[in-house]
Design a binder for this molecule. Structure first.
Ligand code: HEM
Length: 121
């Protein structure tokens, strides 16, 4: 368990909450200005996720395929969140991307929990 693991978990939990608010409630109610602000804060949290993830990655572990997979899945999760936000503000259908996001998120979290650093051991 490291300080970074805590910061990493906090960052993605907050990001997921902000993403869901921006992609659902704010998108459906057409509150564009509020959505813009939440998206800006969300992007800051992407940077926190990335920074804390990279610190964990280069913090002394032996980087193997699982770690590389974890980093790729984490980056894909952020990518799908951004795609959903971009497409929903254009009113495009998003079902496929929600499904992909959920799959990738579950895999990211499962692999993160499996790997040795962190609160699940
Ligand atoms: C939405 C995106 C992400 C989610 C949901 C996520 C989720 C998690 C989870 C659940 C853990 C395990 C924490 C613990 O065991 O206490 C973790 C650890 C970790 N994450 Fe992420 N992560 C994300 C993005 C990233 C990114 C972008 C990177 C790298 C650039 C990254 C690198 C790591 C590393 C290196 C660990 C430590 C693994 C270990 O040895 O336990 N993560 N992440």
């Amino acid at each position: 368990m490291t300080v970074n693991t805590h910061a990493h978990i906090t960052s993605w939990v907050v990001a997921i909450i902000l993403f869901v608010i921006a992609a659902t409630i704010l998108n459906k109610s057409g509150k564009e200005k509020a959505q813009k602000i939440v998206k800006m804060i969300l992007r800051l949290f992407y940077l926190f996720i990335l920074a804390t993830g990279l610190l964990l990655l280069f913090g002394g572990v032996a980087i193997d395929g699982e770690y590389i997979g974890k980093a790729i899945l984490g980056i894909l999760s952020i990518g799908f969140m951004e795609m959903i936000l971009a497409r929903s503000s254009k009113g495009k259908p998003n079902g496929l991307f929600w499904a992909l996001l959920i799959i990738v998120l579950v895999l990211t979290i499962a692999l993160g929990m499996r790997l040795p650093l962190g609160i699940w051991g």
